[in-house]
Ligand binder design. Structure first.
Ligand code: PLP
Ligand SMILES: N[C@@H](CCOP(=O)(O)O)C(=O)O
Length: 462
């Protein structure tokens, strides 16, 4: 199995190389050269398996000879052992044709744990085998950072630096990043918003001298392995509702387009997904783009679903690559226009291709809050604001095909927004009950590439 860059100019890599490389050296994102297929009998055979067994079958073809069957099975088993629900990704029914896929039972209470716990294990095995050490730098709007820190804390072969937008993550998210005591973990509060954090991260990858000096690695959804791990729960949930005999649709609260892109990969593998609905908050660049208004950035507005306060949606590049017939030069040109002019027009043919798979919708702040309140009143389920954005948009797309909305975070990560909507303050799980008492360790940093690189050089121990 080989991986190629969306810009067509970087070396072709194996799964392990692509995982350890992160951003391609031409600035693009790695994608599989071909998408492995699962036949209807293959999909049907997932019914009744444990999450781990299903994960092995879905992901195995993408891994090639980077890991043996035994190693890969062991890695998967360790990755999900710490989840707080036997099903890992349980589903509840919200309405006759509408289901909620709860992806928040991992150690940091967000869907990011599904991928981050896995790549934590994959990195450990790969780095040990190679005798290498790396410096992981991550950009987060709140959840990726805490999941990465949890997955990599205390590991000898890794230093982890997480850039988060100062004052724009919830207190729980911040404390999850700033309270771990392990010295290989560094939380950096950047003066700016998430797009600034992600832009500086990509700048570091594109600054080869720095990248090579510190052995830079990335665990954002830049990293293909992150996307791959998220493909699994599309299969397990669809099969639970009758796939492959029965089609399903998904609505995905979306920011960086990684989670929904995993659904797109599941569909390309053969899973009968009718529609993938992109649900955005008021930072709605993806909804505007998919509605034919061009992909035009307009500044980030803080919202009650802060993890989705994103305007430069990294993985949309992967979708564009396919929509433009896998033409790396065309993608490179669009990304150049994005950088220089703040946006680009999507060609009619590419837009049509995207619209065959993706629908979209947005939720305002008031609509998000009202949806948390309404679902609590109707079902007793307390949604986090991101999941509420999803449910609101999903309800506008309900039809005869069962709809699965992804619940991407636990409501206790956003207690203020939830309490304002429902009057209920969701408690943290017992294992995190002292989070507010733990001492914090964080550095405030400027949005300045040279200063960030200097800080990382000084602090890294590996
Ligand atoms: C809770 C939550 N929901 C939704 C999203 C959006 O996911 P993606 O960036 O993969 O589109 C994020 C951030 O990634 C998140 O943390
Ligand atoms: N919402 C994310 C943003 C980063 O997304 P990623 O999937 O590319 O890591 C977050 O919580 O940090």
């Amino acid at each position: 199995m080989k991986y190629i860059s969306t810009r067509g100019q970087a070396p072709v890599l194996s799964f392990e190389e692509a995982m350890l490389t992160g951003l391609a050296r031409d600035g693009g994102l790695y994608v599989p050269e071909t998408i492995p297929q699962m036949s209807a009998p293959d999909i049907a055979a997932l019914a009744g398996l444990s999450y781990e067994e299903a994960a092995f079958r879905v992901m195995r073809p993408f891994v090639g000879d980077s890991f043996s069957d035994d190693d890969f099975a062991e890695i998967i088993s360790r990755a999900y052992a710490g989840f707080g629900h036997a099903a890992r990704a349980p589903m509840v029914q919200l309405a006759p044709n509408h289901f909620l896929l709860e992806l928040f039972h991992g150690p940091t209470l967000a869907f990011k744990d599904f991928a981050m716990q896995l790549i934590g294990q994959l990195f450990q095995v790969a780095l040990k085998r190679r005798g290498e050490k790396v410096t992981i730098v991550g950009a987060t709007s709140g959840d990726t950072g805490s999941a990465a820190i949890e997955a990599f804390r205390g590991l000898d072969a890794v230093d982890v630096f997480i850039l988060f937008p100062h004052g724009r993550v919830s207190e729980v998210q911040r404390r999850q990043m700033t309270t771990p005591a392990e010295t290989n973990v560094h939380a950096l509060a950047l003066d700016g918003h998430f797009d600034d954090c992600q832009a500086r991260l990509k700048d570091m990858f594109n600054h080869f001298e720095f990248r090579d000096e510190v052995a830079l690695a990335g665990v954002n959804s830049i990293n293909w392995a992150r996307v791959l791990a998220q493909v699994v729960y599309y299969f397990t949930s669809a099969v639970a509702l009758g796939a492959p005999q029965r089609k399903v649709s998904f609505t995905v609260p979306t920011g960086n387009f990684g989670d929904i892109f995993a659904g797109y990969i599941a569909r390309r593998m053969g899973l009968p997904i009718e529609t993938l609905v992109v649900a955005t908050n008021q930072n709605d660049i993806l909804h505007r783009a998919l509605s034919g208004q061009g992909y035009v950035t307009s500044g980030v507005t803080p919202s009650i679903s802060p993890s989705m306060d994103i305007q430069v949606s990294s993985n949309f590049e992967r979708a564009l690559f396919d929509a433009y017939g896998r033409d790396g030069a065309a993608v490179g040109q669009l990304m150049g226009e994005l950088k220089e002019q703040g946006g680009f027009r999507i060609s009619q043919g590419a837009l049509q291709g995207l619209q065959e798979t993706f629908a979209s919708g947005r939720a305002s702040e008031e609509e998000t809050s009202a949806m948390i309140r309404q679902i609590y009143a109707e079902t007793g389920e307390i949604l986090c604001p991101h999941s509420a954005v999803g449910v609101k948009v999903a309800r506008e797309h309900l039809g005869t095909t069962p709809m699965i909305t992804l619940a991407t975070a636990h409501p206790a990560k956003f207690p203020d927004a939830v309490e304002a909507a429902t009057g209920q303050r969701p408690p943290l799980p017992n294992r995190m009950a002292d989070l507010y008492e733990r001492p914090e360790r964080v550095s405030r940093v400027e949005n300045d590439l040279a200063a960030l690189e200097e800080l990382i050089r000084e602090r890294r121990a590996v």
